[in-house]
Design a protein around this ligand. Sequence first.
Ligand SMILES: NC(=O)N[C@H]1NC(=O)NC1=O
Length: 174
Amino acid sequence: MDISAVNALSYEDFVNIFGNVVEKCPLITAAVWTSRPFIGLNALEAAINEFIDALPESGKEGILRCHPDLAGRDLHGGALTRESREEQRRAGLDALSSAEASRMARLNEEYKERFGFPFVVCARMNDKASILRELSERCQNERAAERARGIAEVKKICRLRLQGLVLPDAPNKL
Ligand SMILES: NC(=O)N[C@H]1NC(=O)NC1=O
């Protein structure tokens, strides 16, 4: 779909198509519909990022809490969104050894216990080894730094999901 097709969508269709670019947060999509017309994919992404940045810290934590654990119960129970399942599969998280799976589960719990929100990382820019390493390192951070880091990862996930739905902006004709 190109950007003019995106701009022509009703809000119902817009939310149906883009409602999960931020995991389980269709409210964000519904809010940015008002900012149409978008001049391109980057403008749509910028509107989403601005909305997120304007939220109070509790709202940002709320976004993080909408994310499923990586390699967690939802992956094994088949309860993930289509997008999350595909991202976790590509990173190899559906094929962990039992040692890797128990390490991931233990670190995820430790992280949630410490911060009160789940560990979020852009799985498509990682593999299982880098995810485990990062999870272990980030458990040592301060809460505010982790909140900001998690939101930065949400934005990366969002960009890749948007790119899967919208054609890239045409290069500038100078
Ligand atoms: N917890 C977490 O990072 N989940 C997300 N990461 C990602 O790439 N897809 C997700 O659902």
